[in-house]
Ligand binder design. Structure first.
Ligand SMILES: [Zn+2]
Length: 89
């Protein structure tokens, strides 16, 4: 499927965000395992969750998406059923 430049940019941004998300959750786990710091762990998890709801949203309906799911050019939004990276203009 062909997607616009805007769609490409958004897809790249979301993929980057998925990596950041995994990194933050790993950091949360590490802070609990090695630092025994439950507060820090919760703080990082909450921060990650807030980032997800602010950034990781469908460009059409603005609903938060599942960050753990794989995304590609023809991924559809589970809520509004539109192609996420198509018809963005
Ligand atoms: Zn949607």
């Amino acid at each position: 499927m062909k997607i616009s430049e805007k769609g490409q940019a958004l897809l790249a941004k979301y993929k980057k965000f998925q990596k950041l998300d995994i990194f933050l959750l790993a950091l949360a786990a590490l802070s609990f395992v090695f630092l025994h710091n439950l507060i820090l762990m919760i703080a990082i998890v909450v921060f990650t969750f807030v980032l997800e709801t602010k950034i990781y949203v469908c460009p059409h309906c603005k609903k938060t998406l599942d960050c753990r799911k794989r995304i590609q050019e023809d991924t559809c939004c589970p809520r509004c059923k539109k192609y996420m990276f198509k018809d963005l203009d």
